[in-house]
Every structure is written in structure tokens, then in C-alpha cells.
Ligand binder design. Structure first.
Ligand code: HEM
Length: 413
């Protein structure tokens, strides 16, 4: 294998953060595992190498001592606010086996195939109702009017939010995302800290309600989750799991909807194939997940001196496993940059990761995407980019891949 570590990749430039595919291609070709010069950071671009790291959670750990609340934990005003809520405990994403295994077993009970299958009709109705709001206009702000609200509504309902409170979902979910990754002023941190605690108190009331009035939803399943001799989830753990679900479900699915629609607009021949045969939609969704991969990459930390793809890695080094790049590795996906709704083995992608941290919501996300695209394709014809706006751009980000805006015009069918 070639491991030419001398290639020049400017991973912090805005150009790279918005359009990273050319750099990822270069990385895959010359150094599937790239030790970033002068940093304790390794970028993993190759499919086989990403998969190998995912399958060795003991060596490539997800444990993260840094709080999911970011720098706000050092802000005295935020600390005082957090004291009025519940502590953050590692449950899923930033945890390792064996502790992680307990949470995974318990939380997975809330995401069974039957539960998700039972939501299909309702998801289609939700998608339809959103389309009803703009179908007569012949144009829409697709992100504001569809891609953001649909995942919010789906997860809000499953977490027990009252209909009138759905607007809070996006505010709270964005607050968590900002705390993890955004540079903020003290006042902004305080505002987000208030959202964290408001969310906890809101969820606590929902949890109490489920204990006395169980329903057919994810929250009830979480409250009642029991596995073998594992201890059931306590209050702080339940709140953290609910928080993880809120954050993990929204941005990802929303980016898939908008990025997916743009791909369909850019590839009219593929869209025409799907219009002719709606049974292709599930495969189309897998192909879109491979090409769009909204969770571009996730962090791991080497828990011992090791090697990956022939590159030595010191204990303590951070690794970024780049799913977006792995999903375009030509060793596994011929003509990897092509969008082909009939591609074989399209589910071999790693958009939902693999191994112990495989996405808990993947069945839900798949179902939601299939329902959404089915209704869009059925009801909207001649979909095109709005003629009065510049071409949409991707947000500059190392973690998420999502469009900043997407205004479209169409003809109602
Ligand atoms: C298109 C939509 C989605 C994508 C692309 C996606 C992607 C991912 C990825 C890549 C991971 C693994 C991270 C790692 O290996 O460290 C993950 C984990 C997770 N996802 Fe998703 N996700 C999506 C939707 C959802 C939804 C709808 C939910 C919940 C309702 C959800 C809940 C979770 C949770 C709880 C984890 C943590 C699992 C663990 O650490 O064991 N995700 N997701």
C-alpha cells in the first residue's frame, strides 16, 4: 500500500470544509491513513481502514473526557445553570464497552423493526401535510419548510413532546450542537445552557407522564426497557439518552433530505428512473446515504500505541474516521462519484457507521427518508433550483455535510 504522507491537504481551509471530495480522493489514493503534520491527529480516508478501526473499539476508543457541553462547563454562570438540572453521563456515542453495551441493549429495545414499521403510514402523512403547505405555491424553501420540520416532528412525537411544543425541538437540538462545536461568547453559552436545562425539565415531565400513562412510543419503551440482569436506565441516564436521540436524529436526517433532493435535481435521468419505478426508492435512499453521508466523520482516540494501514499511531492520538471518504472508495464502489439508483450492494456504505456504535436510529431514518422521497416524487414534478438564487453551498464543517440553503421550484402533480 502507498502511504505517501507528504501530500498537501489544507484541512482547515474554507474551500476544503465546503467541498472536501477532491482532497479525500487524494487522501485515499496516496495515504488512506494520513497523519496530519504537527498535530496529534490522524485522518482515516480508506474504506478498509475505517472499517478496521470501527471493529476495534478497545484500541480506537470513543470515550471522550470533554463534556458534550463543550467550553460552557468552565463558564461559572453556565455551571450555576447546570446545577439546576441533571448531570451529563456518558451513555452511547462517547462511551466504550462494557458500559456502552448496557446502554445499547436497553436503548435498542425502543427501536425495534416492528415499532419503526408501524410508523410508516404516519410518517407519510406528516410528509404530506408539510408538502400541502407549499404545493400550491410552485416553490419552497425546502430546508425550512420540509427538511428541518419533518425529522423534528418525527423525533418530537417519539420523545413525547406535545404538538404545541414542536418548535422547541429545533431550538434545543441546535443548542446541543452549538455547545459541542461552535465558538461562542459567554452570553451565547449561557443562552444554550438554559436550553439544556429547559430540555431536561421538559423531558423529566414527559418521563413521569409515561410512567403513569404508557403509550406506543420510544419514550415509553425507554422507561420500561429491561434486559437480562442489566440495571434499568436511571433518571440522569434516561435524560442523556433522550438528549442523544434528539441531537442524532435531526441534523443528520435533515441534511439527507436536502442533499438528496439536490442530487436528484442534478441527475434528472436517475430521477426519471425512480419516477417510473417507485420500488427503486429504498435503493435510491441507500445510494444517497453513500454519496451524501451527512455524518462526515467521527472521532476516536488510540488507547494504546498501535498501527492502522501501516501507519504507526501513538497512544492518545485522535483519529477522524471519514465515512464520507470511505463511501467513495473505488475498491468497494465502482465509479464511486456516480449517482446510480440501481447500484448493487449500495447498503455496503458506512453512513450509519459499523460495529458497536452502529446508528441506533438507522431503521427509523431509512423509513423516514423513503416515506419523504416517495411523497416528494409523487407530488412534485419538474423540480428545479430556484432561478432567482445562487447555487446552494454546503456548510463549512468537518463533522456534518449539509446544505446551507435549498430553494426549489416545481410543478404540482
Ligand atoms: C440519515 C440519518 C442518520 C445518519 C446518517 C446517522 C449516522 C450515525 C452515525 C455515523 C453514527 C455512529 C457514530 C460512531 O461510530 O461513533 C450514529 C450513531 C447514533 N445514532 Fe444515528 N444517524 C442518523 C439518524 C439517526 C436517528 C433518526 C436517530 C434516533 C432516532 C439516531 C440515533 C443515533 C444514536 C443514539 C447513535 C449512537 C449509537 C452508539 O453510540 O452506540 N441516528 N448515527
Amino acid at each position: 500500500m502507498t502511504t505517501d504522507q507528504n501530500i498537501a491537504l489544507d484541512l482547515s481551509s474554507e474551500a476544503f470544509l465546503r467541498e472536501p471530495h477532491a482532497s479525500y480522493r487524494l487522501g485515499r489514493q496516496h495515504c488512506p491513513v494520513y497523519a496530519v503534520p504537527n498535530q496529534d491527529l490522524v485522518m482515516v480516508f480508506g474504506y478498509d481502514e475505517v472499517l478496521e478501526a470501527l471493529m476495534k473499539p478497545k484500541i480506537f476508543s470513543s470515550k471522550n473526557e470533554e463534556s458534550v457541553l463543550g467550553a460552557s462547563i468552565h463558564n461559572p454562570e453556565c455551571q450555576a445553570i447546570y446545577k439546576t438540572g441533571w448531570p451529563q453521563v456518558p451513555t452511547l456515542l462517547t462511551n466504550d464497552p462494557p458500559s456502552h453495551t448496557r446502554f445499547k441493549k436497553l436503548v435498542s429495545q425502543a427501536f425495534t423493526r416492528d415499532r419503526v414499521a408501524g410508523m410508516q403510514g404516519h410518517m407519510e402523512a406528516m410528509a404530506d401535510a408539510l408538502i400541502d403547505n407549499f404545493i400550491e405555491d410552485g416553490e419552497c424553501d425546502f430546508i425550512d419548510q420540509f427538511a428541518n420540520p419533518l425529522p423534528c416532528q418525527v423525533i418530537a412525537e417519539q420523545l413525547g413532546f406535545h404538538k404545541s411544543d414542536i418548535a422547541k425541538v429545533k431550538v434545543w437540538s441546535d443548542a446541543f450542537i452549538d455547545l459541542i462545536g461552535k465558538d461562542m461568547t459567554s452570553a451565547e453559552q449561557v443562552e444554550r445552557a438554559k436550553s439544556v436545562v429547559a430540555f431536561q425539565h421538559y423531558m423529566k415531565a414527559c418521563l413521569d407522564e409515561r410512567r403513569t400513562h404508557p403509550r406506543e412510543d420510544v419514550l415509553t419503551d425507554l422507561v420500561n426497557a429491561r434486559v437480562d440482569d442489566e440495571t434499568p436506565l436511571n433518571e440522569a441516564e434516561l435524560l442523556n439518552v433522550a438528549q442523544a436521540l434528539l441531537v442524532a436524529a435531526n441534523t443528520t436526517t435533515s441534511h439527507m433530505l436536502s442533499g438528496g433532493l439536490l442530487a436528484l435535481i442534478d441527475h434528472p435521468v436517475q430521477l426519471a428512473k425512480v419516477r417510473e419505478n417507485l420500488d427503486l426508492i429504498p435503493n435510491m435512499v441507500e445510494e444517497l446515504l453513500r454519496l451524501q453521508t451527512p455524518t462526515q466523520g467521527m472521532w476516536r482516540r488510540a488507547s494504546e500505541d498501535t498501527e492502522l494501514g501501516g501507519v504507526p499511531i501513538k497512544k492518545g492520538t485522535m483519529l477522524m474516521l471519514v465515512f464520507t471518504s470511505a463511501n467513495r472508495d473505488k475498491k468497494h464502489f465502482p465509479h464511486p462519484d456516480d449517482f446510480d439508483v440501481e447500484r448493487d450492494f449500495s447498503t455496503a456504505h458506512v453512513a450509519f457507521s459499523r460495529g458497536v456504535h452502529t446508528c441506533i436510529g438507522m431503521m427509523l431514518a431509512r423509513q423516514e427518508l423513503v416515506c419523504a422521497f416517495r411523497q416528494i416524487i409523487k407530488r412534485m414534478d419538474n423540480i428545479r433550483l430556484s432561478s432567482s438564487r445562487p447555487r446552494p453551498q454546503y456548510e463549512p464543517s468537518l463533522i456534518f455535510r449539509g446544505l446551507e440553503s435549498l430553494h426549489v421550484e416545481f410543478t404540482a402533480r
